[in-house]
Design a protein around this ligand. Sequence first.
Ligand code: 3HC
Ligand code: NAI
Length: 696
Amino acid sequence: MTVSYHREGVVGVITIDNPPVNATSQAVRAGLMDAVGALSGDPDATAGVILCTGRTWIAGADISEFGKPPARPHLPDVIAAIEACAKPVVAALHGTALGGGLEVALGAHARIAAPGTRFGLPEVTLGLLPGAGGTQRLPRLIGLSAALDIITSARRIGADEALELGLVDHVAEGDPTAAAMEFAREIAGRAPRRTADRPPPRPDPALTDRMRAEFAKTAPGEIAQARAIDAVVEGLSVPFDQGIAQEREKFIELMASPQRAALIHAFFAERAVAHLPEFDDVAPRPVERIGVIGGGTMGAGIAASALLAGLDVTLVERDAEAAGKAASGVAKILDSSVTRGKLSADRRGAMLGDAFRAVCDDDALAQADLIIEAVFERIEVKDEVFARLDRVAKRGAVLATNTSYLDVNRIAGATRRPQDVIGLHFFSPAHVMRLLEVVPADQTAPDVVATGFALAKRLRKIAVRAGVCDGFIGNRILSHYRAAADAMVLDGASPCQIDRALTDFGFAMGPYAVSDLAGLDIGYLTRQRKAATRDPRDRVPVFADRLYELGRLGRKTGRGYYLYDEDSPKGRPDPDLAGLLQQVRAELGISPRLFDDDEIVARYMAAMVNEGARVVGDGIAARPLDVDVVLLNGYGFPRWRGGPMHWADARGLAAVVADIERFAAQDDHFWHVAPLLRELASKNRRFADLNQGKPS
Ligand code: 3HC
Ligand code: NAI
């Protein structure tokens, strides 16, 4: 039974049992409705308790039902029935009380929580607003400002904060169910205190206007936050039932929006990437001690990420001075976690004192379960490091490379144990970015791949399996759309205009602002490395080369595509840039033409989708959804557009093909339709069809 009812003394107990997370599926809603009816009709019950079995209280509405016709009873009606019950009902909370789950708890007349319980309304991250009374009951219970914060930020709060805010009545010291039962017995027979009967807080236009302006700036294009604020504000000046009806209207409107579809695609895609049937029965190798070789930008970030996850870390650098520098880099990252209140000073001390050492002696890696190399991106350096590792690493240790582009098979060949070698491609900053590309080489053992996925989980990252090729999934696609942008710059668009068109589209940053941040030397040196093997028909980004040659390396030199100074640390347009561009175009004999923002976006996206289709067609990514997850979590793709492949489905694959053919009329070397894209478009199919039928 998904929901059952039984009585213990005077307390009617309603138990929800719907693994894995007790989501309010139709069966749960119907079961709850019946159980509330049973409680009301039970002559021997004078109070009720609702509790959940398993690891959590209700984690929200059942997301897999979204987009399908809603089935009765609807959650707001179920919650209304709980609240209307003439006997006081206590919610016994544990695990996570999220979304519709928290809304069910708000409908109860009292809330008792286990100490570790987390609370939140994550609906806006799914393109929705709390649609089962959350926008009406929460402000009544905890006040306007706190409620708006929880609703629009989607942040999760702990039991102590919930108690302080008045969201829960008690935090249980022992067993929360026993505490809820005791509390129910205490209030049995009394009149229930309904949240709906409380007066709404007073409107605060200054606060809500400020919040609206903030969202328009930080989340341009996203609609859910603004609608959520509307629902709360409108509810302050109308009777409760009318507020609920208005909330429902907005919820239904958002449910039908493409943003909701995109965000839910992202939610499930991020879970589906970890489900690879070939590894279902493969146990990962145990990993407690990590070795990191190279403590520069990436090595220090990886080491910090591992320490923060409770692992033991030994970092090896070239000499004592470099080791000292790496250790300060790691300490700096942990310090910033302390400053942001994410880590206690004591734990930081313990991590750096007991769990971390930076040395310049390979032998220190002898006990490491997994060693990750983050040295310079040069194949001869990597070969040398792996040959050394072969000598010092213990048997069965996983040997990983963080290379961005180099051939993992070649690196595995530098050892006598290629079965233990794998690519683990982190993104910068490694302690922040959630993406990890797991790149098995030809001979990598299955349990080594499983270990890569298990490590990602331990580091709270999202792992995506990628095949061996130049740039794996993400950087290979990036090279392609970046080339499309560079071609537009040579042909007449300005870097500023391209960045603006793309941030208007929703990207966190445009490609040229990103270049300035990363440093123009990275791209330049990669081009130099590849120059000998470059197809003569490829267009060289001469303008990017020119900036490098002028010493304009981006933020670190104060000039790149933008100008950086004290007044504008984040950069401003550089008046000299147009002249430089004109000069380069004149040298190349190019007469510039105008690009409008739509064309910029169309070219950028067509290049991204086309290469994404090739990456799937070549088996480098398992499914289109894997491409989406990579671009969403490693490349600042707007989450509310679901990723490039989801975006292409929404636009229509035939339209994307037509765009590419139009662009090919001017440059048929760069632009030709990927076979998989052409095939799907000709059959009127979508990328999403390739996501289905696979485990998700
Ligand atoms: N509906 C359906 N399935 C869900 C679900 C939900 N709300 N939440 C989680 N699941 C599924 C996952 O897809 C996953 O399935 P799988 O094992 O087949 O891949 C399984 O439950 C376990 O989920 P996680 O891997 O995410 O488990 P974790 O332990 O890491 O996290 C969690 C648990 C914190 C509950 C996390 O799953 C989560 O954040 N879930 C989403 C919560 C949410 O957004 N709720 C709001 C829904 S919207 C709503 O309630 C509308 C209302 O206002 C009307
Ligand atoms: P970096 O130049 O900041 O750091 C490299 C470090 O390796 C230096 O501290 C250097 O002293 C050390 N080193 C070099 N040879 C060594 C050796 N033989 N033994 C021990 N230490 C040695 O480089 P960065 O940016 O950290 O890159 C490292 C690797 O990570 C490269 O393969 C790069 O392609 C990859 N990568 C870089 C990303 C980035 O954004 N910087 C993103 C993802 C991957």
